[in-house]
Design a protein around this ligand. Structure first.
Ligand code: SF4
Length: 181
């Protein structure tokens, strides 16, 4: 399982937002180039998607997706989402929708990714590393952990090269810092 490592963004929302604002566009472009190489790498391996997007329904699938600061900045750039002036704690949760509501009525996260509609990803060009590399295909188990670590190290190196503070956040906590597009 390549998703379930790291911390969530609660408690350091301000520092994540500050870091996001400071990410230079050159770093986002470098990450886009890296994603392109990764996508070519994955295409050559020809893994099979057997479960029609069920892995994006995290509770049902039993795992979590995590992203770094630069991946979140790339996602925001691609989808053209602005950050909030204030972190989500000061915002009505019911107003946050990407394009499906992030929160349920009881204030907890809705199950699954709010970008998945009828089994399809609606943010495909922007999706982070974990989404690109995870396949339920059992033949993928032999290479995906190693590939995740390989590309994740390169993403960490981009943080260093561009002096971007490194945060590693659970996906929906990270989305909660952004305004709906
Ligand atoms: S961004 Fe797309 S691929 Fe990633 S979890 Fe959401 S719906 Fe799934």
């Amino acid at each position: 399982m390549v998703y379930t490592v790291g911390m969530n963004a609660q408690g350091n929302s301000h520092s994540v937002l500050q870091a996001l604002e400071a990410v230079p566009v050159q770093a986002i472009e470098k990450l886009a180039e890296l994603y392109e190489l990764l996508d070519q790498d994955i295409a050559q391996r020809q893994p099979i998607c057997n479960t029609s997007g069920r892995c994006c329904r995290f509770e049902q699938w039993g795992h979590r997706l995590y992203v770094s600061t630069l991946e979140l900045a790339h996602f925001r750039h691609m989808i053209q989402i602005s950050t909030q002036a204030q972190p989500v704690a000061n915002t009505s949760r019911s107003a946050i929708s990407f394009p499906l509501p992030l929160y349920a009525e009881n204030g907890t996260f809705n199950p699954g990714c709010p970008w998945q509609i009828e089994g399809l990803c609606t943010a495909r060009s922007a999706r982070p590393l974990g989404c690109r590399i995870y396949f339920c295909d059992t033949t993928a188990e032999s290479w995906q952990q190693e590939s995740y670590e390989h590309y994740h190290q390169q993403i960490a190196a981009l943080h260093q090269a561009f002096d971007i503070p490194y945060h590693y956040m659970e996906w929906r906590h990270a989305l909660a810092l952004l305004n709906p597009p």
